[in-house]
Design a protein around this ligand. Structure first.
Ligand code: AMP
Length: 540
């Protein structure tokens, strides 16, 4: 017997309709690429998204067409998300930090028909144009006065939306219709496209809003530093309007000073970014002596949040850290570190042991760890294995069937991460499977060593990679970037690690470098680092 409840398709543009109706005057503030701050609200944003939808419909954009965006976080970029999705077309977010050849490959692979871009990327777009096979129209996200030169088939966004009506009625279609496309950074092989559906994005945004996930409220002012081109901005461009929070979009300026100006100037209560962004922001605060005036909560994910960083936020600045883990394939939120009642009842120093872990899955994400033969491992907080997940916002295949088979017959997605799980669901990522260090047949967690190393007051950044060893197979090499103006001796760092990790985990050698290579999403690029140290031989 079927239930007698209404069909109400989960469509992402219903989110902006809700925000427009019930939080219409809630602001969306943007630091624009043109320079000045721009202020709009959900009512206006929703209307302009409908104008865009109508204009695209009139120009013949059809259900399933892919339209690329090469843009910072801004109100206009949000209008694109909702306007494009509202006619059943697909927003394809592109990461401008990728090499031009990679971008051209991705745009051609996705067969994007239009490319929306911020004027800061005009030169990059001009360079791409001769290589793009499917793009018919280029849309500069600006007005006619700021149109760049040298780009063919170009229209200013403000002129484009003037072709459409704000009373346009959204198209109707199935909730499983695709609405977003994002390619993973692809450290090996070609990038792979993750194709989100309306349903997966709406369910994921509902998961994200929950108190023990991101805990969003209409009283919050949220500054998503995490870009809309990096895994859905961790849902904030959907979840923010879903609850009616004020949004502060930082545009192109993501340095410590510019961000702190917005945090305090706009009275931001909640924010989210990868650890590398916070390294710079905390350094700025330390140097300037400034403090956060209204910030209550910061979500750190995308790479492991070091304990030292968590402690500075919480102890020095009184800002709660929520450590989260996720992936593009998971829309992207996977696990979140808000404390259970049991953990919250413990003394702070003990709670810290949990805060450095990557958190627990919210409802909507199943997780398990398996051994090399695919057998499930115990949830005892000790056994480490490949992490597999499934849920309504987890990919079931890559766009156009590309990529190795990370998806098994039972619907589990192999994340490629190695983790432990405990009885309460707390997960600790020990490594990417391809980065693990196997010494004498046992795994050494590079993430654990890195986290402790950056807790040394003179260390800015640290990475651990495997180097060959005649007896043990592999041994850890610690690569350290000292803080500006600081020097630190190898012996100091070894002393700092001693007692905090098992003796056989101690790095065999420490080398000092000026900088580490990073991926387009701000993660340390271990592949490049291993290449750099490919010929390295341990002393003795
Ligand atoms: P991306 O799809 O670019 O967001 O990359 C996802 C990958 O980033 C994951 O598979 C992890 O390897 C890594 N990652 C994300 N969050 C964390 C975290 N909190 N701690 C450690 N690794 C993380």
């Amino acid at each position: 017997m079927l239930g007698l409840m209404q069909e109400w398709p989960l469509l992402v543009h219903k989110i902006i309709d809700h925000a427009s109706l019930y939080h219409g005057d809630r602001e969306v503030v943007t630091r624009t690429t043109e320079g000045p701050m721009a202020r709009t609200d959900y009512r206006t944003l929703a209307r302009r998204a409908r104008q865009l939808a109508d204009a695209l419909d009139k120009r013949g954009v059809a259900n399933g067409d892919r339209l690329g965006t090469l843009a910072w976080n801004s109100a206009r970029h949000m209008e694109c998300w909702f306007g494009i999705a509202g006619i059943g077309a697909v927003v394809h977010t592109l990461n401008p930090r990728l090499f031009p050849e990679q971008l051209a490959w991705i745009i051609n692979h996705a067969q994007d028909r239009m490319l929306f871009f911020d004027i800061t990327f005009a030169e990059l777009v001009a360079e791409l144009v001769p290589h793009l096979k499917s793009v018919e129209t280029y849309v500069a996200l600006t007005d006619r006065d700021h149109l760049p030169q040298n780009i063919p088939h170009l229209v200013a966004y403000e002129d484009l939306i003037a072709e459409g009506s704000g009373d346009f009625a959204w198209k109707e279609f199935d909730e499983h219709t695709a609405c977003g496309l994002c390619y993973t950074s692809g450290t090996t092989g070609n990038p792979k496209g993750v194709l989100y559906s309306h349903r997966s994005n709406v369910l994921h945004a509902m998961m994200a809003c929950a108190t023990d996930t991101l805990g969003l409220s209409c009283r919050d002012t949220i500054l998503p530093v995490v870009p809309m081109f990096h895994a859905n901005a961790w849902s904030i461009a959907h979840a923010g309007p879903m609850v009616g929070a004020k949004l502060v979009m930082p545009g192109p300026k993501l340095d410590g000073k510019s961000l702190c100006e917005l945090f305090n100037g706009e009275q931001v209560t909640m924010t989210a970014a990868v650890p590398t962004v916070w390294m710079a922001a905390l350094q700025y605060l330390e140097q300037s002596g400034e403090r956060f005036s209204h910030l209550k909560r910061v979500v750190i994910g995308g790479a492991a949040a070091p304990q030292a960083m968590i402690e500075v936020f919480e102890k020095k600045y009184g800002v709660e850290v929520v450590h989260a883990w996720g992936m593009t394939e998971l829309s992207p939120i996977g696990t979140v570190g808000t404390p259970t009642a049991k953990v919250a009842a413990q003394p702070y120093e003990r709670q810290l042991d949990y805060k450095v872990r990557q958190g627990r899955p919210p409802f909507g994400l199943e997780a398990k760890i398996v051994d090399g033969d695919g057998r499930e491992l115990p949830r005892d907080g000790k056994a480490a294995g490949r992490l597999k997940v499934r849920g309504p916002a987890v990919a079931k295949a890559y766009f156009q069937g590309d990529g190795p088979s990370a998806f098994d017959a039972d619907g589990w997605f192999d994340t490629g991460d190695v983790a432990t799980l405990d009885g309460d669901g707390y997960m600790t990522i020990t490594d990417r499977a391809k980065d693990v260090i196997k010494s004498g047949g046992e795994w050494i967690s590079s993430i654990a060593i890195e986290n402790i190393a950056v807790g040394h007051p003179a260390v800015a950044e640290a990475a651990v990679i495997a180097v060959g060893h005649p007896k043990w197979g592999e041994r850890p090499l610690l690569v350290v970037v000292p803080k500006p103006g600081r020097t630190v001796a190898k012996a100091d760092i070894l002393a700092h690690l001693a007692g905090r990790i098992a003796k056989w985990w101690m790095p065999d050698e420490i080398v000092f470098v000026e900088a580490l290579p990073h991926t387009a999403t701000g993660k340390i690029q271990k592949v490049a680092l291993r290449e750099r140290f490919a010929d390295y031989r341990l002393p003795g």
